[in-house]
Design a protein around this ligand. Sequence first.
Ligand SMILES: Nc1ncnc2c1ncn2[C@@H]1O[C@H](COP(=O)(O)OP(=O)(O)O)[C@@H](O)[C@H]1O
Ligand SMILES: [Mg+2]
Length: 388
Amino acid sequence: MAEVRLESIGKVYPNGFRAVSDLSLTISDGELLVLVGPSGCGKSTAMRMIAGLEEITDGTLKIGDKVVNNLRPKERDVAMVFQNYALYPHMSVRENIGFALKVAKVPKTEIAERVSRAASVLELEKLLDSRPANLSGGQRQRVAMGRAIIRNPSIFLLDEPLSNLDAKLRVKMRAEISRIQAELGVTTLYVTHDQVEAMTLGDRVAVIRDGLLQQVDTPQVLYDTPANLFVAGFIGSPPMNLWQAGVTIGETTASVRIGEQSVELEAETVARVPDLAEFSGREVVIGIRPEDLAIGGVDNQEWPALSATVGLVEPLGSEILVHFDPGAPLAATGDPDMEDLSAEGDVLAELAVAKFGPRESFAISEKIELRMDPARLHFFDAEGGNAI
Ligand SMILES: Nc1ncnc2c1ncn2[C@@H]1O[C@H](COP(=O)(O)OP(=O)(O)O)[C@@H](O)[C@H]1O
Ligand SMILES: [Mg+2]
C-alpha cells in the first residue's frame, strides 16, 4: 500500500508538444482517484508517467516517501490495465492470470495459490480452464484485471478499462471494479473521459483540461460547487445551462439580465454569493442545472422566474427533458465535445434544458414559465470563467 504524490509534474513530448502542465495531485493510501477530462487532455500521459512508461519532463513523482522519477516501471510496484488489454489467446484463463508470476520464476504452488485467490476476488473460478475466445467481453476484462491483481501491486493504474464494453456491461463492470478495489484496498488511479463513470467510481475526482488540473474533490462537491465554467459544463448530465448575463445589485434589489429578461434575485442569493456585488454592472455567466428548474407552483412562487419557449420534448419514461429557449444563447464552456455539437448547428446544442417528472406534459412552441431554485444558481466571471 502506498500514497502517490505528483508535485508540479509536467510533460513535453520530443516534438515540443506540452501534454501535461504543473500537475499536483495526491492519491491517498487505499483511495480510488479518478482522472477525467475530454479525449486528448493528457490523462494517459499523466498515467504513463506514473507507471514509468513515459519520461517525466518536470516535477517530482513520489510513491510513499520515495522519489521514483528515474525508476524503471518494474521497480515502481505498479500494475496497469489498458483500454486495449491483450490476453494470450492460446493460454487458458489460469495461465493468462499467472503468466507474470511464471516469468518471474515464482514457485508453481505459490502461483496456483495466488491465481486461485485472484480468481475468487474476480469471480472467475469456474472459468479458469477456458480460453479467452470463449469468454464474454466482461469476463475478458476481469481476466485482464486478474493479471494486474496477481502481482499484488502497491498501486493500480486503470486507463479507460471499460471503453470497449457495451453500455450495460460497463455499468456492471463499474460496480465490479468498485467492489474489487474496496476489497483489495489498493491505491488506484482510474482514467476515463466519461464523467458518469468518474462520478460513480471515484472517492475523489480530478478534472483536467488541456493538461491542466481544473478541480479535484469529491463527486458531490464537484457537482455542487464547480470551480469554473469548464467543470460546470463537464460534470452533470445533461450539463448545466449557462448564459451570459448582466448583474445589477442595488441597495435593496438585485437582478440579472438573461437575453431580454430581467430576473430578480433574492436577498439570500446575494448574501450567499457576497463577491457578486463586485460584478454589479458587468457581464457574468449564470448557471442552473436542468434538475434545479421547476414549473411554477405553490411551493416555488418566490423563486426567480424565467419565460421560455419549448423547442423540443424528450420523454424518457422516468423523466422528461424539455429543451427550451429563454431568448438568450448558451455560453461556451470550453468542452470540445459540446462545442463540436454547436458547430454542427445541432438544434439541441443551442437550447437550454430542464428536467421534469414524467407526468408533466409539454407541447413544442408552448410558452412556459420556469422557476430557478435560488440556492442552486451558479455565477461565474465571464472573463476567465472562474466561479464567483
Ligand atoms: N508521443 C507523443 N508525441 C507527441 N504528442 C503526443 C504523444 N502522445 C500523446 N500526444 C499528445 O498529447 C496529448 C495528450 O494525449 P493523451 O495523454 O493520450 O490524452 P488522453 O489520454 O487524455 O486522451 C494529445 O494531444 C496527444 O495527441
Ligand atoms: Mg488516453
